[in-house]
Design a protein around this ligand. Structure first.
Ligand code: HPA
Length: 275
């Protein structure tokens, strides 16, 4: 594992020698954020040793090295999901490679269904905490002590300082950035109304099928994590509407501008936070 990480990182460094400060994972529909990145180098996942590829909206998944507001970033456009049948260890491989490259902060984004009725489709919600109901954990198996401890603490899984920066930036751009607890499920079905009722009772504000594995792996590595959900739809049974993936993608596209503005406003301060 450690050798594989080194080989992947070495390949990336051979394409562009850079130590990115901030890593980002762009969720469904948020991929066009890459337009905001300057001085870009694209590396298709299929070129990187041991990387697991994914098709994103007709394009292959790729790593983008570049700059946002002068900060070196490494952006993953497209992620693999547990519902596709991938092992958890493969799902978090990319997170671990970014850590090997040197990122100190990881910003995870996703599309999510809103459970909290204060949310409406189109809202951006800062993740305060998560509930792992995927039935899996990426750290199951032998612990790689080089990466982190056997029993990582998850009390501040979503870093408080980062949340403060993002909330302050949102205020400056008059964005009503909400906060909530993200519940990660395996999928690929959307939930039943009965399941959503259960999730609401246990304290979830939104639901999705990603983010949790990467957040766990990053915490294991001692990397600061921020998470932002784009509420693409109200979860099953909250309204009478049925759910469909096209709607999810369309809604994510609509929030793109706000999302880009929020990140642009924050990235300098995020890059300057101490390790
Ligand atoms: N449920 C699970 N995942 C999702 C949803 C949802 O309602 N919307 C976007 N991703």
């Amino acid at each position: 594992m450690i050798e594989k990480l080194k080989k992947a990182a070495e390949y990336i460094q051979s394409v562009k020698e850079v130590v990115p400060k901030v890593g980002m994972v762009l969720g469904s529909g948020l991929g066009i954020y890459v337009d905001k990145i300057e001085d870009k180098t694209y590396i298709p996942y299929s070129d990187i040793p041991f990387f697991h590829g994914t098709a994103v909206e007709g394009h292959e998944g790729r790593l983008i090295l570049g700059k946002v507001d002068g900060v070196d970033v490494a952006v993953l456009q497209g992620r693999i999901h547990a519902y596709e049948g991938h092992d958890m260890e493969d799902i978090v491989f990319a997170t671990r490679v970014l850590a090997t490259l040197g990122i100190e902060t990881l910003i995870l984004t996703n599309a999510a269904g809103g459970i909290n009725e204060d949310f409406t489709p189109g809202d951006l919600v800062l993740i305060k905490d998560h509930i792992n109901l995927m039935g899996k954990n990426p750290l199951v198996g032998p612990n790689y002590a080089e990466l982190g401890p056997r029993f990582p603490d998850m009390t501040y899984a979503y870093n408080l300082e980062l949340r403060k920066v993002l909330l302050e930036s949102a205020k400056e751009i008059n964005m009503d950035l909400k906060q909530g607890i993200y519940c990660g499920l395996l999928g690929p079905t959307y939930e039943t109304p009965a399941e959503i009722h259960m999730l609401r009772v246990i304290g979830a504000d939104m639901v999705g099928m990603s983010t949790v594995p990467e957040a766990i792996a990053a915490n294991h590595l001692g990397i600061k994590v921020a998470g932002i959900s784009c509420i693409t739809n109200m979860a099953a049974g909250i309204t009478k509407n049925k759910l469909n993936h096209d709607e999810v993608k369309e809604q994510a596209l609509l929030v793109m501008e706000g999302f880009a503005e929020l990140l642009s406003k924050s990235i300098k301060r995020i890059g300057a936070l101490s390790k």
